[in-house]
Design a protein around this ligand. Structure first.
Ligand code: AP5
Length: 219
């Protein structure tokens, strides 16, 4: 049975940062719906153009579009057989139900849902200081995760950029949208006994260590 791990947490909690570390440690495919939308946006595909308006305002892309995109990605052989680390999906109760149905179809299951808890006051500072690689999506921060060479991605040498939706007003809306639509999933997965809360205010290495310990305990 293919195991899926759902990384839950508000914008800026460190999902992308930790997903990079966990996928390497656990040899799991990393699927970030935000990265897929951004890639489509760069390539100006129909999906990218549709997502653009929602993302710029910090709103969620409609569930039916997002679910279809994830169904398509999850049905590929690598994830059907080896599972995946889901970063940024599901983020509504409808998406959580859709994921459960998708996994039933491929004989997979959600093994655990690490919830990276970080208070809103910390999120704003993190997101306004974030620089991201436009090629591999690795996030950096001048204080907590500086690149080896200022402004350049450690992995592929690309010039780092700031995300359009990291402007303060958009960040505020993203946090509000998270509170209204995504935070209810904490309770949803807690009731299934698969939620594990990790303190996301610790330094990056400590958060990774806590996450790895929690996930491995359930493997
Ligand atoms: P998405 O790309 O998923 O953004 P998000 O969920 O808002 O999360 P972020 O990528 O902003 O933050 P993160 O938790 O990954 O933090 P990071 O590791 O970068 O979604 C973007 C948009 O796409 C959405 O608004 C929506 O429009 C659309 N979308 C995506 N999925 C969707 C879905 N399922 N349904 C509908 N719409 C969807 O870290 C942040 C910063 O903090 C970095 O600078 C990092 O270096 C630093 N940092 C990380 N950890 C620490 C630490 N422990 N201590 C100090 N600094 C740290």
């Amino acid at each position: 049975m293919a195991n899926f791990i759902v990384l839950l947490g508000p914008p800026g909690a460190g999902k992308g940062t930790q997903a990079e570390i966990l996928s390497e440690n656990l040899n799991l495919v990393h699927i970030s719906t935000g990265d897929i939308f951004r890639e489509n946006l760069r390539n100006e595909t129909e999906l990218g153009l549709l997502a653009k308006g929602y993302m710029a305002k910090g709103e969620l892309v409609p569930d039916d579009v997002t679910n279809e995109m994830v169904r398509d990605r999850i049905s590929r052989e690598d994830t059907r057989e080896g599972g995946a680390l889901l970063d940024g999906y599901p983020r509504t109760p409808d998406q959580a139900q859709a994921l459960a149905a998708m996994l039933e179809d491929i004989d997979g299951k959600v093994l655990c849902v690490p919830y990276i808890a970080v208070p809103a006051s910390v999120l704003v500072e993190r997101l306004s200081g974030r620089w991201t690689c436009p090629v591999c999506s690795t996030p950096y921060h001048p204080v907590s995760k500086p690149p080896k060479v200022a402004g350049i991605c450690d992995h592929d040498g690309a010039a780092l950029v700031q995300r359009e939706d990291d402007k303060p007003a958009t960040v505020k809306n993203r946090i509000d949208v998270y509170m209204e639509n995504t935070a209810p999933l904490i309770d949803f997965y807690q009731k299934q006994n698969i939620l594990v809360e990790v303190d996301g205010t610790q330094d990056i290495d400590q958060v990774s260590a806590d996450l790895l310990r929690a996930i491995k305990a359930r493997m």
